[in-house]
Design a binder for this molecule. Structure first.
Ligand SMILES: O=P(O)(O)O[C@@H]1[C@@H](OP(=O)(O)O)[C@H](OP(=O)(O)O)[C@H](O)[C@H](OP(=O)(O)O)[C@H]1OP(=O)(O)O
Ligand SMILES: Nc1ncnc2c1ncn2[C@@H]1O[C@H](COP(=O)(O)OP(=O)(O)OP(=O)(O)O)[C@@H](O)[C@H]1O
Length: 424
């Protein structure tokens, strides 16, 4: 098959949509082109002054972006393809990318521009279904962790806390102390499948968006392909036009309409329930149990942190893992994990981390007024060298929360039913 070349388009044909820590995304606008229309271009970024890009040899063939094979072989075996954008490789060109930087760098947030840039030495990028650019409106939610851990593998010091307050709420408490904007959003409400609680979560996401002037990453709005902010009157008018019958820009009214419309869209979709199931079934030991299993299984290794010097899985190992996940994995006794399964438990945790960190895009279906598509994005591979960071972060979050004296009670609807989720 002849590869798709980015040079068949002009940099001016692409507009900036958004970016995360690793990728930057542009939407194709015009002229109509069967390969590019309704697609976004996903490009890898590189930190300013990083030595990473010197590792790339622009003269020899670079591998395809691993996100393509990972989605094709692994994620699509866990998530039905109707809930995923499609991906295809596109051949890049350094001069073309440099022109894109000159044209569009000014559209990026200043703090991102200070940190990183498009990696112009990459010769391959990814074209994906455009879930935002062609839409009159689209919402992006980063739901984060949708479950409470089981008590089996938790230490006496953490068990009470970790089975009462969810990881996101504890992390928020730490972040607020470090200067971040507070939010009352609790993912367990969003994942609850209960109308009242889903509305409560959406109300909190709206408040977080409004009060942080759109700087929190758990809710974003895009109108005609551009991200909008609450302090821009024109943007709020556009939102009001979509969500209310009378176009009223009264904030309470708008928040109310937003929560009603989105709650219905989320309750009608199986996506959140699927994400919560994947997150919890892939993280059955908690990072504490994983760490215990690791030290018990490899007692002679010097302990440089969980997963240190464990090689990343090959694609064949990932395929094998997914086969096991669909067969034996659920019959293993996870309360007494078998040391022989250590590598699979490590891989399960990495995959769980992918689903804890992904986002969903909600956009109106073009075919049916009042109904929405919900699609999962950012399901990238996480690598073994993250495990040590997650182990340390877990300890830091729990220690901070303990010392704060807070006792927020978060309800995991799949485990407990009798208590409410309130900040005490
Ligand atoms: O560690 P967390 O839970 O804060 O998650 C990180 C995210 O922070 P968030 O909580 O969403 O504000 C963080 O999000 P931002 O870039 O801050 O929007 C990343 O998604 C990061 O993953 P990666 O380094 O891009 O692979 C995420 O790191 P990993 O946990 O996936 O390593
Ligand atoms: N298929 C798509 N269509 C439209 N917009 C998209 C698409 N994929 C990603 N985006 C936009 O680009 C942003 C960055 O993409 P993504 O979240 O995959 O990057 P990342 O660097 O992996 O993020 P993170 O740092 O959160 O892990 C998203 O938050 C979303 O706004």
């Amino acid at each position: 098959m002849t590869p798709t070349l980015i040079t068949e388009t002009k940099p001016e044909d692409w507009t900036y949509i958004s970016e995360g820590g690793a990728t930057i995304v542009f939407s194709y606008r015009r002229p109509h082109n069967v390969q590019f229309s309704d697609h976004v271009l996903r490009l890898r970024k590189v930190a300013h002054g990083s030595s990473d890009n010197t590792l790339l040899d622009t003269n020899s063939e670079q591998p395809d972006d691993p996100m393509i094979a990972f989605q094709e072989n692994i994620i699509s075996k866990l998530v039905p393809s109707e809930f995923l954008p499609s991906f295809v490789m596109v051949v890049l060109d350094e001069d073309w990318l440099r022109s894109l930087v000159i044209l569009r760098d000014g559209d990026r947030p200043a703090e991102r521009r200070q940190t990183d840039q498009i990696d112009v030495r990459r010769t391959k990028g990814v074209l994906a279904t455009d879930l935002i650019g062609g839409m009159p409106i689209a919402m992006e939610i980063k739901p984060k962790w949708g479950f409470l851990p089981t008590e089996y593998h938790l230490s006496p010091e953490t068990v009470a806390l970790k089975t009462r307050t969810c990881r996101f709420c504890m992390h928020t408490s730490l972040r607020v102390e470090q200067g971040a904007v507070d939010t009352t959003y609790c993912p367990l409400d969003l994942f609850s499948s209960d109308d009242t609680r889903v509305r409560k979560a959406l109300g909190a996401l709206w408040a977080g968006w409004y009060e942080s002037n759109g700087s929190l990453n758990n809710l974003r709005f895009f109108v005609q392909g551009g991200m909008i902010k609450p302090d821009d009157d024109h943007s709020v008018q556009l939102l009001a036009h979509f969500f209310t019958t009378d176009g009223s820009t009264d904030v309470q009214n708008l928040r109310q309409s937003f929560t009603s419309v989105l709650a219905q869209a989320l309750l009608d979709s199986p996506v959140l329930s699927l994400l919560s199931t994947l997150q919890r079934t892939l993280d059955v030991l908690d990072v504490e149990g994983l760490s215990k299993l690791y030290t018990q299984t490899l007692p002679d290794l010097p302990y440089n942190g969980l997963g240190s010097s464990v090689p990343d899985p090959s694609m064949d190992e990932w395929k094998d893992f997914v086969r096991i996940y669909h067969s034996d994995y659920h019959s293993w006794n996870h309360t007494v994990p078998n040391p022989r399964h250590l590598r699979h438990y490590l891989m399960a945790y990495l995959l769980s981390a992918t689903f804890k960190d992904c986002s969903i895009i909600i956009s109106p279906k073009s075919t049916q007024v009042g109904s929405f598509d919900v699609t999962i994005i950012d399901v990238d591979i996480k690598s073994m060298d993250r495990l040590g960071k997650w182990e340390r972060l877990d300890r830091k979050i729990v220690e901070h929360y303990k010392s704060s004296g807070s006792q927020r009670r978060c309800i995991d609807s799949q485990r407990v039913t009798q208590l409410g989720c309130t900040r005490l």
